[in-house]
Ligand binder design. Structure first.
Ligand code: PDD
Length: 282
């Protein structure tokens, strides 16, 4: 495949960075993943804005403007044949000549992007939906999960717990047994027709799919939705649990820690919500 590295397009096998890159040494960088279905990018602008916010938080200079990111992305999609592709974008602080914790005064950020194949766009169809099993763990990540940092070891280790159990995700709770998010997704629960998701704070990533879903639910108005603290008992007794992320859109969880969620089948509220999401133009 063709990738982008520091201003140039090249074959993946030719892309090289310094081992002194702070992304490699410290995980000192920000990343994004934007889905594109046959050239239609979902939530491009909010994704870029979130990356820019992350770079500002790390005091890394903005290497490209929104429009430059758009041109880069469109070129990369075209060079990789279009279709259903995820676009991975990555900005690290760059390579210094020595390893020191402090931010170096003048290094150029490393900008890297590539595409990868993703499943076709999810549809609101009970026969076609991909369902998930999940396990639970205490959230042992850092206290700045709102920053989409490339330092993902906490997420990776939590995710691996689901793989060991033959599940597909790990749902996390803070030390007060309150729901935060999953290793690579945000989480929604449904009880008696009411949809709820944890509020935005330092404990979760401000997911773009979460944002779009809340927006379309509120605009439609027929399904009540709340952003509030959710405790572990509510998750364990929920009628429905959903994972949201750019590649999954809204994915139903039908089994949690080996027990069925609700009646163990995909719920009717999921169907209504995925239908609204699929119809929206983001
Ligand atoms: N994961 N929470 C975490 C910890 C995530 O890593 C992600 C995304 C989300 C959902 O965010 P969004 O709706 O903006 O994709 C929530 C990406 C896709 C990844 O790391 O591959």
């Amino acid at each position: 495949s063709t990738v982008y590295l520091n201003g140039e397009f090249m074959p993946m096998t030719e892309a090289k960075i310094s081992p002194m890159d702070r992304g490699f040494l410290f995980g000192d960088g920000i990343y994004e993943v934007v889905p594109s279905y046959s050239g239609k990018l979902v939530g491009f602008e909010p994704h870029i804005r979130r990356m820019q916010d992350g770079l500002t938080a790390l005091e890394i200079e903005q290497p490209l403007t929104l429009e430059q990111w758009r041109t880069l992305t469109e070129t990369l999609l075209e060079k990789n044949g279009g279709g259903d592709l995820g676009v991975y974008m990555h900005v690290s602080r760059g390579a210094d000549i020595k390893r020191a914790h402090g931010y170096p005064a003048s290094v150029k950020p490393t900008v890297f992007a590539f595409t990868f194949e993703i499943p076709s766009e999810p549809v609101a169809d009970l026969d076609k939906v991909k369902t998930y099993k999940a396990v639970t763990e205490q959230d042992l990540r850092w206290q700045r999960c709102n920053i989409k940092s490339t330092a993902l070891l906490g997420n990776v280790m939590h995710y691996q717990a689901s793989q060991r159990s033959g599940a597909g995700e790990t749902i996390l709770f803070n030390r007060h047994n309150e729901l935060t998010e999953a290793a690579s997704c945000n989480v929604f629960v449904v009880k008696n027709g009411v949809i709820a998701t944890p509020p935005l704070d330092h404990q979760i990533l401000p997911g773009i799919t979460r944002h779009i879903l809340l927006d379309v639910l509120r605009q439609d108005g027929s399904l009540p939705v709340e952003e509030r603290t959710i405790d572990m008992d509510e998750v364990k007794n929920a009628d429905e649990i959903w994972l949201t992320s750019s590649s999954k859109e809204i994915a139903p969880v039908v089994e949690l820690d080996g027990k069925p969620v609700g009646n163990g089948k995909v719920g009717s509220v999921w169907l209504a919500a995925q239908r609204l999401f699929s119809e929206c133009k983001y």
